[in-house]
Write a protein that binds this ligand. Structure first.
Ligand code: SAH
Length: 343
């Protein structure tokens, strides 16, 4: 019989597993704490669990979902990129970014991606599969245990589209948030989506208030259709409306991301159109200068980036604007550069 994976189960599932095996419900809480608060990787380390139950667990479950294949340290900043291999030989990447007191971990939600955005390296390699809740959590456990600064923020901005793997991503986020797990406030967990409208609507109804980021990347549907095929399904106007609904309902500002591509979406007119779209929306706008992937696109000159951001500053009312310079450029760890390559 193939062993099931225990990592990723929530407290209720662990409790029911324990009760079925003739143990007390409280054992489930202990398993939860061992796995997520302490990040242990073997049943033998669960010291307050009796030996016979540990043996039972060992026989029926696996606990470790990922193996580290490579770890690259940036020479320019404190970013580290980690390449993992899943048990069925898929590759995923995770990035740790330390900046002052802030330690942000960028997690992957899928191996590969099916969305095919023309500027993103992950999409070029095609889609492999969704990651399990355990595989998402193991990325964070590794970073927490191997990088010498407390994790303060988690962003689902690595490989994949988190809302194509909705249930597992939300389950992992719940465990990150749990005081007995990773104890991260919901404001410190951000899920970034390409703009899947049904899932955004679903997300607004969830009781948890994790942060939402929407990758807008264009102010005009014609441009967005060209660079993000998903736009043919859900248009810019629909995404802006859903973002506004999120901000209003959750009393939390939605974030819009906008990758700046030279000659494609970086003109003065684009900036004015974008400012117009965001009027009256309580939101944050993150401008991301394009990170090189395969040479089709280029990053705009610094003066163009400054002019674009200035126009948005001048025209803003309720939104805030920030330019996000990706970290770890020298190790291809920036937004859109994660390809899960072994060499
Ligand atoms: N699929 C999700 C999360 C992954 S991408 C999403 O689309 O939001 C995280 C962010 O990086 C997105 O805003 C995306 O538009 C941006 N991005 C992708 N490729 C990029 C590149 N080459 N340079 C800069 N940003 C990029």
């Amino acid at each position: 019989m193939e062993k099931m994976c225990i990592k990723g189960m929530n407290q209720a599932e662990l409790q029911s597993l324990c009760v079925k095996a003739g143990e007390s419900k409280f054992r489930g809480v202990q398993l939860f704490e061992w796995m997520y608060r302490h990040g242990i990787a073997s049943f033998d380390s669960m010291l307050n669990v009796n030996k016979s139950f540990r043996k039972h667990l060992e026989e029926h479950f696996i606990i470790q979902t990922l193996q580290v294949e490579n770890r690259i340290q940036s020479k320019e900043d404190k970013s580290v990129k980690i390449l993992f291999r899943t048990r069925d030989n898929h590759f995923i990447e995770t990035v740790s970014m330390v900046y002052g007191d802030r330690h942000t971990v960028c997690l992957s939600s899928q191996s590969g991606c099916a969305l095919d955005c023309s500027f993103c390296a992950t999409g070029q390699g095609g889609f492999e599969r969704n990651l399990s809740t355990g595989e998402i959590i193991d990325q964070l456990i590794f970073v927490r245990g191997n990088i010498d600064q407390s994790v303060t923020n988690v962003v689902f901005m690595g490989m994949g589209e988190p809302f194509c793997n909705y249930k597992n991503v939300l389950n992992a986020a719940d465990i990150f948030h749990s005081p007995k797990g990773f104890n991260l406030a919901s404001t410190r967990i951000t899920i970034s989506t390409v703009g899947l409208l049904p899932q955004i609507k679903q997300f607004i109804t969830e009781k948890r208030r994790f942060k939402l980021a929407i990758s807008l990347n264009a102010a005009d549907d014609r441009v967005r259709n060209n660079i993000m095929p998903v736009n043919k399904k859900w248009s810019i106007a629909e995404l802006i409306k859903a973002g506004k609904e999120y901000s209003n309902q959750k009393k939390r500002q939605v974030m819009f991301e906008y990758v700046l591509l030279k000659g494609i979406n970086d003109s003065e007119n684009d900036a004015l159109q974008l400012a117009q779209l965001l009027q009256g929306i309580p939101c944050k706008l993150n401008l991301i200068p394009y990170n090189e992937t395969d040479g089709i696109y280029q990053r705009p000159d610094e003066a163009v980036i400054t002019r674009f951001s200035k126009i948005l500053h001048e025209n803003r009312d309720e939104y805030r604007v920030m330019v996000r310079w990706s970290k770890g450029q020298d190790i291809d760890a920036g937004c859109g550069q994660l390809a899960g390559q072994t060499v």
